[in-house]
Write a protein that binds this ligand. Sequence first.
Ligand code: NAD
Ligand code: MG
Length: 393
Amino acid sequence: MTISRVTVLGATGSIGTSTLDVLGRHPDRYRVHALTAHRSREALLAQCRRHHPAVAVLDAEEDAAWLRGQLAEAGLATEVLAGSQALVEVAEAPEVDCVMAAIVGAAGLLPTLAAVKAGKRVLLANKETLVTSGALFMEAVARHGATLLPIDSEHNAIYQCLPVEHRGGLGRHGVRQLLLTASGGPFRGWSREALAEVTPNQACAHPNWSMGRKISVDSATLMNKGLELIEACWLFDARPEQIQVVVHPQSVIHSMAAYSDGSVIAQLGNPDMRTPIAYGLAWPERIDAGVEALDLFQVARLDFEPADEAAFPCLRLAREAMAAGGTAPAVLNAANEVAVEAFLAGRLGFTEIGELVARVRDARPVVPAKDLETILEADVLARRAAHAWLVRQ
Ligand code: NAD
Ligand code: MG
């Protein structure tokens, strides 16, 4: 069997550690080329000891120097680099076959794009890449012959429910609608008044999934589902109105495709990100992911309800941003990142997240997203507008 060499961007995060768990089960198939982290140097050191990557990357030179010292003491030959250019290098390195894009936020954009331009197999967990630069990104995938496999569980599910060749519009393949499932988050059924009092720890305690803090808050506001709607439009060539959000509190069905003949195909499984990760790594084959078999008798029932967009306006804001096009989704994403950070720091109330996003949206013009510079500028200016509003509070 040929060995596939993998770079894990964002190795110390929730998706990163799940990826290493799956890779560690298949030493005959995979080698780790590079592992990257932002600041978590201790966690990265432990991963280097276990997986022996050729390269490790941290953001700050000071942390990199510390890691170099520790690795030398342990007698490990891993090369340690620092800074954002190093992320690009380990994503496009000629010896790499596959890149897991699991950095959180807009910081993941450039290294992920570099992996695409180098024609790699790209396992896309970072949703901000598609949300901010979907058109450019999908164009680059086609132009450079990269293999793009969605890791976000809903998109991975839809990918599994669609024909192998699904580009060129859903209608061409007899798909009527994509049904994007949502757990509803920890506050499903709550009123807007009750939501105003929510604390960061409450928001981060997701009923079904264990995830990083940013995406946990996004799940609680339903912005995550909004970002996923935008993601699905780009991945599957769908229009926003072809995607229906279905609240399904058990998180057993991970999403569905509805066909014109009345068939609905769903992908089911325990809520464990190692399933989509293993799917992406091994596609078109299947490998053990360490995930327990789904026990349908234990699940017993599957419930479905519409999303409450009055209590959770972020979903609507995202749909509107996708319909507006151009830089609107990048502005939405940037404002949301600032708002979530402020909420986690105790500077913004839970229901003010959507309010801040709406204010920034109203303050920023929408322009065509013609190149990366335009998108990055829209991102910076939206962040600035969001910070300015926060300071005034
Ligand atoms: P996380 O916060 O647990 O981990 C983020 C990783 O990125 C860490 O390794 C961190 O060191 C690194 N990182 C953070 N900021 C960085 C920066 N500025 N520069 C370089 N590296 C940086 O996040 P996560 O939950 O693993 O999510 C990762 C991505 O996957 C997100 O975009 C998220 O939306 C997406 N995603 C996550 C899940 C999930 O179940 N956790 C599911 C679907 C999609
Ligand atoms: Mg998801």
